[in-house]
Design a binder for this molecule. Sequence first.
Ligand code: ZN
Length: 216
Amino acid sequence: MNKYESNILSNIKNISYNFGSKSSKIINEPIFTVKQTHGDNVFILNNPAEPIDKIEADSIITNLKGIRIGVKTADCVPILITDLDATFISAIHSGWRGSYYEITPKTIDKIIENFKIDPNDIVACVGPSILSCCYEVSFDLWNKFKIKFGQNKFVFSEKNNRFYLNLARLNLSFLQSKGISKVDIINQCTFCNDDFFSYRRDKSLTANQISNIRLN
Ligand SMILES: [Zn+2]
């Protein structure tokens, strides 16, 4: 059982997944992670022998069975994806740069292109990240997002001349705009909930949680 459970992902047979937290059970197998750069590179893992920790990317896709892929986050948004028949899996790390440069829609495009999956069959969950209660940003950054992505009351908020973003909701809207309706969101703020590592709360001196998924 996962502590932070996605109803959508938990209904898919032949996968296992976990949104990392301090209290997550230890996973006794290697987790394949890439060298994350806060960019928009999507990596497709075809060869399990490849040393992928040297590859610069923020999104991983594979259809290999028995390989657990993961992304490290500590406030950024982790997203786990598969499809109804569990023919592929994907894990995305989307911070503000990744969100701004749309790594999530780019990943969906690659999935559709490579695996010929109908978006109706894709299922996804947006994991724990820093939410608008705590994610204050400069007006300039807030406005830059607003200019690019338009009004979305779930993404943009302001209070007493302070400006807040909800990147989890922005990534959710990216998934929906790609035609994915079977998607849910773990509504946990990594800053508010001490069970998560938070880069902002812990003033950079922190470890990461690893959100991961595997085709069994
Ligand atoms: Zn919060």
